[in-house]
Structures are given as structure tokens and as C-alpha cells.
Design a protein around this ligand. Structure first.
Ligand code: IPM
Ligand code: MG
Length: 368
């Protein structure tokens, strides 16, 4: 089999500086664990706009589609706020998701013991938390037509459309049930079936997929607003949460904060298997481009590192190596090494982005 390819798209803001540390980690695995990857880099988001006048070049799109895994940093920044909607950095990311058909977005929220005190919730509510949000990523209100700003009479009206086909609900539901089988066997599906027809259909289809193939899994349904409340009240009641594109966007930010910092959380976006059996896949931190701290070497690279761990696990079937990286991160945190996002405002003990990279690599070296 040919050497697996990884396309790195650092993007904007803190993307390039956190990705630099991830490259060091990948190189460590190549040098010390005998892993082989063909790595290339390209532009996305504002960086692509600056170079090509569009947030994703067709060549980059084609390369992403042919890669075994894409690693993305972050996109966006205030410099691009006034661009036409079709040119905004976010459109580059959305095009990648849509054209690679990455319908299942896995967003784990796991609270590292060393950070339980740092959550805005009480320690006993979050200590040991380990849940997985499965967010539908290629449909719903993000892509539904009609959309736009139109004129009606003498005023404008902004329109977006929530739209789900049965087949789109079915395939992401299957992903959630399969994951639950490898975890604690529980799925809670969230929608607003009380006010939205798309939510009624969502609930019906999820239940049908369950009853036909996954009766070993415990399935529950919740309205998404109540789900948000339950996530803050007692998040440990959940194992896998299955939800649509927009609710998943909101609920995953909420879940992320339970763990102490948005700077910790990775994600995997998976599509159908390719010819070589690997799923089409893109891995990215849940956090954004954080333009306020970009270029200062103060960002936390852990979410991006853990995204690479997910790539090892889900694209390359190297769960053992993923565990090795996750354990190294856990040990670094247990030692008290912290970037600024994991400390009270202004704390002088904060380490830089590259120092965090050093610390993880030191722990990896000890794992040999
Ligand atoms: C996310 C982000 C994106 C989204 C933006 C950057 C388009 O918030 O990945 O959660 O809304 O999906
Ligand atoms: Mg989001």
C-alpha cells in the first residue's frame, strides 16, 4: 500500500502557530515510531484569499479530496469581516466539508483530571467527564435552499432553510450508534421536534435506524434546548449525543467549556470510505482562529495535537499511537504545564505555544 498522505491546512490566526507544533509531533512519530506519511501544506481561509482572492483554491480542494487525511488549523479574522459572503474565510472550510461529504463530525468533550478545577462548573460535575457529540455536518440550515437576503415589499428579509433528507439523518445516526457500541452504549438524540417538522422527521428516522439495527444501544431523545440545560446540569448522564448541524455547533461549544477550555478540544469530520478503505477525513480543533492572540506564541496547541491523535485512530487505525499521544498530553497537564487559556487572567507561569510542544515531545520520548 502506498504511503498515506496528510494535507496540512494551517489557515489563519493562531492556526499556523499551533500547527507548527503538530508538525513536530508528526515528525516525532515518523522518526521514533516508524510511521510513514507523505505530508504537504496548502492555504485555506483568509490566507488563501490573500494569495488567490478566494478562500479555497480549486487545486487545494482537489488535493484535499485525494488525501488520506486533512489537518486544518483555523480560519477567519477581523480583516475579512467585510468581504462578500462568498469570499469569507469560513466558506473555504464549509466547501471542504461539503465537497468531501464529511457528514459525521465527532466532537469529544473529555475533562482531564488536572483541569477539573478550571471548569466554570463545580469539580464533581465535570471530573471524569467523557462524552462525544456527533454533529451532522453537511446539511441542515448551513446549506439548505432557499437562502439569502431578499426584498419583500419595502423591507428586506433574511432567509435560511433547515432541510434534512431521510438518508442524511440515517447515515449520521448509524455513525453515532456505531461509536456508542465502542463506548458506553448510549445515544441521546437532540432536535426540536416540538416546533420543527425537520425535527419530527429526525426523531422518527433515528428511532427507526435504532429499532432495525441497534437495539443493543440505549436510545433517548431530548429537545435541544433541554439538552443544553442538561449538559450544564449533569453532563455525565450522556455518552454519545447525536444532533444536527446548527444544534451541534452550539452544543459542542457548550460541552467544550465544561472541560475548562476551548483550547483542549479536537474534532474529526468523517465521510464515506474511500477505495483504500479509509474514510474521507478532516481533523481540526474546535476552537477558532483567535485573532486577538494570533502571532504571540501564547495559543494552546493541544486541541490541534489531539486532532492529530484522532487522525491516528480513525484514519490510520493506529489507536495505540493515539493513546500514546493522549497520555503524553495528560502527563504534561498533570505536571502543571499550562498555556495562558488554562490559567487565571494574567498568570505569569503560562508557557508559550512552542514550550507546550517541547513538553509533549519530552513525554513522548519517555514513552519509548
Ligand atoms: C465550528 C465553527 C464553524 C461552524 C465556522 C467557523 C464556520 O464554528 O466548526 O464549530 O459554524 O461550523
Ligand atoms: Mg462552532
Amino acid at each position: 500500500m502506498s504511503v498515506p498522505s496528510i494535507l496540512i491546512l494551517p489557515g489563519d490566526g493562531i492556526g499556523p502557530e499551533v500547527m507548527k507544533q503538530v508538525r513536530r509531533i508528526i515528525e516525532w512519530f515518523m522518526e521514533h515510531r516508524g510511521l510513514e506519511f507523505e505530508i504537504s501544506e496548502d492555504l485555506v481561509g483568509g490566507a488563501a484569499y490573500d494569495a488567490h482572492g478566494i478562500p479555497l483554491h480549486d487545486d487545494t480542494m482537489a488535493r484535499a479530496g485525494n488525501s488520506d487525511a486533512v489537518l486544518l488549523g483555523a480560519v477567519g479574522g477581523p480583516r475579512y469581516d467585510n468581504l462578500d459572503f462568498s469570499l469569507k474565510p469560513e466558506r473555504g472550510l464549509l466547501r471542504l466539508r461539503k465537497e468531501m461529504d464529511l457528514f459525521a463530525n465527532l466532537r469529544p468533550a473529555r475533562c482531564f483530571d488536572a483541569l477539573a478545577d478550571f471548569s466554570s462548573l463545580k469539580k464533581e460535575v465535570v471530573a471524569g467527564l467523557d462524552i462525544m457529540i456527533v454533529r451532522e455536518l453537511t446539511s441542515g440550515v448551513y446549506f439548505g435552499e432557499p437562502r439569502g437576503i431578499f426584498t419583500e415589499g419595502n423591507e428586506r428579509v433574511g432567509i435560511n432553510t433547515q432541510r434534512y433528507k431521510e438518508s442524511e439523518i440515517e447515515r449520521v445516526a448509524r455513525s453515532a450508534f456505531e461509536l456508542a457500541r465502542r463506548r458506553n452504549g448510549k445515544v441521546c438524540s437532540m432536535e426540536k421536534a416540538n416546533v420543527m417538522e425537520s425535527g419530527v422527521l429526525w426523531r422518527e428516522v433515528v428511532q427507526k435506524v435504532h429499532d432495525e439495527n441497534y437495539t443493543d444501544i440505549e436510545l433517548g431523545h431530548m429537545y435541544a434546548d433541554a439538552g443544553a440545560m442538561q449538559l450544564c446540569r449533569w453532563p455525565k448522564q450522556f455518552d454519545v449525543i447525536l444532533t444536527d448541524n446548527l444544534f451541534g455547533d452550539l452544543l459542542s461549544d457548550c460541552a467544550a467549556m465544561l472541560t475548562g477550555s476551548l483550547g483542549m478540544l479536537p474534532s474529526a469530520s468523517l465521510g464515506a470510505p474511500m477505495k483504500n478503505g479509509r474514510p474521507k477525513a478532516m481533523y481540526e480543533p474546535v476552537h477558532g482562529s483567535a485573532p486577538d492572540i494570533a502571532g504571540q506564541e501564547s495559543a494552546n496547541p493541544i486541541a490541534c495535537m489531539l486532532s492529530f491523535a484522532m487522525a491516528l485512530r480513525y484514519s490510520f487505525d493506529l489507536g495505540g499511537e493515539a493513546d500514546r499521544l493522549e497520555t503524553a498530553v495528560e502527563q504534561v497537564l498533570a505536571d502543571g504545564v499550562r498555556t495562558a487559556d488554562l490559567l487565571p487572567e494574567g498568570d505569569a507561569t503560562a508557557v508559550s505555544t512552542s514550550r507546550m510542544g517541547d513538553a509533549v515531545i519530552e513525554k513522548l520520548a519517555l514513552s519509548l
